[in-house]
Design a protein around this ligand. Structure first.
Ligand code: HCR
Length: 368
């Protein structure tokens, strides 16, 4: 009841929700950027496809495949969705995937804003010349016992070889099961993947009972360049299960992807002893240990230490008339080409966006 009351009075400020110990996660939100590339084979696959139409299909496939990790992995591994640790400004999460076929795929995730929380990320594989950059914030609202979350930000997927860019919008979601103390995520609304080649995919999400009576359902359409309202492909199914593809020209249909058969590649991160104090696992290690044994007092004490340290830093910056310098991302005016893609995707383009500075990362201390 205390939890539900805290939810009702949170006014959408997720950080202020007092969750019971068994709903607390030992993982910081900066870590969630990894879910974009836990399937490195699908992440790089579009770069090997010459035909732009088939390439757009491959980008869609990779995107759909990321959803299971992004939105159901905690539920599956821990029995319910958990309240992640609220990252501090400047917190970093770094890692890489090493696979025989894809080589190294690197991840750089940085907390670029604390109030409101925004995480920026870059994931790149130089062998295949693909890069994903983006940023993510959340706007929450509460209706009775459901927490509704709108995602702020977008992702940009680039394939160097074809000089092609995909603008990816992020779905809204809500948290169900709060009343029973067993929260889980369901997606709603839509995602648009707009390619600079003109191909566009629109994905509509629904939960139990809307399209198919099944959780995690979606329907998607792939449109050719030129603005026709008739799709060339349609897709449907469960993003955490099986997906079907239908060629709308030949009417042939087949299974396109089965999320239950594709296994993630674990991200490699440095041992704690090798990590800097601003890296997520190192910074939150004492809190994480206390969460593991549900020691609420220690969680509170250790969290407060980090929060007070952060408050002191902000105070000092204010007194010195300066702002915290982000390590590898800067808030810059959006380029005309990205603004066009956002407009084509049906959005009002952002004026400023968080942009990854690869040179700063390459010459900095965090390259691993
Ligand atoms: C909503 C959420 C925090 C944000 C998480 C995001 C949207 C972060 C960016 C990732 O790319 C995708 C992603 C996946 C997560 O599913 C989503 C989280 C799910 C729950 C968490 C809430 C803040 C938790 C609230 C929990 C209750 C018990 C208070």
């Amino acid at each position: 009841m205390t939890f539900l009351k805290s939810l009702a009075t949170s006014k959408g400020d997720i950080a202020s929700i007092t969750a019971p110990p068994f709903i607390l996660s030992a993982t910081s939100l900066t870590e969630y950027s990894k879910f974009w590339a836990e399937l490195p084979d699908l992440f790089v696959a579009p770069s090997m496809i010459v035909d732009p139409e088939e390439r757009a299909v491959a980008v869609f496939k990779w995107f759909i495949a990321t959803l299971k990790g992004q939105y159901t992995s905690r539920n599956e591994a821990l029995g319910s969705e958990k309240k992640p640790l609220n990252p501090f400004l400047g917190e970093m999460f770094l890692g890489k995937w090493e696979t025989d076929d894809e080589g190294t795929t690197s991840l750089v995730s940085e907390q670029v804003s604390h109030h409101p929380p925004v995480t920026a990320y870059a994931i790149f594989n130089d062998i295949y010349g693909v890069e994903l950059t983006g940023y993510n914030g959340q706007k929450a609202s509460v209706s009775t016992t459901t927490l509704n979350i709108k995602q702020v930000g977008h992702a940009i997927y680039k394939i160097n070889k074809f000089d092609e860019t995909y603008y990816i919008t992020l779905p809204a979601l809500h948290i169900e099961g709060l009343f029973y103390g067993a929260p889980y995520v369901e997606l709603e609304g839509s995602t648009v993947i707009q390619s600079s080649s003109g191909y566009k995919v629109k994905i509509d999400y629904s939960g139990k009972g809307y399209f198919s009576g099944k959780k995690n359902s979606y329907k998607a359409k792939l449109f050719a360049p030129g603005g026709s309202s008739k799709p060339i492909y349609s897709f449907s199914g469960q993003w955490s299960g099986k997906s079907t593809i239908k060629d709308e020209r030949t009417k042939s249909e087949s299974i396109f992807y089965d999320a239950t058969e594709h296994h993630i590649v674990p991200l490699q991160i440095k041992d704690l002893e090798e990590q800097s104090a601003y890296e997520s696992r190192k910074a939150w290690s004492k809190v994480a240990a206390a969460v593991a044994v549900m020691d609420y007092d220690t969680i509170h004490v250790e969290k407060s230490k980090i929060e007070n340290e952060q408050r002191a830093l902000r105070k000092q910056e204010k007194e010195e008339g300066r702002e915290w310098t982000r390590r590898y991302f800067s808030f810059v005016e959006d380029s005309e080409s990205l603004k066009k893609l956002a407009t084509d995707a049906g959005l009002v383009p952002d004026k400023n966006v968080w942009q990854f500075n690869r040179d700063a990362f390459e010459s900095g201390p965090d390259k691993c």
